[in-house]
Design a protein around this ligand. Sequence first.
Ligand SMILES: [Zn+2]
Length: 87
Amino acid sequence: MKISHSHKIDALNRILLPKELLRKLGWKRGDTLSLCSDEGAGETLTLRLLTKYTEPKCFYCERVDIEIIINRKAVCADCLEKALEKL
Ligand SMILES: [Zn+2]
């Protein structure tokens, strides 16, 4: 195992993942990671990429400029306006 970074856990129990390392791994802000600890000595924590973050898209037209989330469905401004006109 290659140890190339060392960081302290901060007061809010966080550690910083260096930008260079994230770039190397292809991980980005919003990606979901799993944390797995070694039950033995308690000195190992493994981070594994679970899912890549994808921008929410409009439920109706798939645009990414989301105006509102309704019942867990993202809706863009145009589709929201069309829906409101039908009320
Ligand atoms: Zn839309």
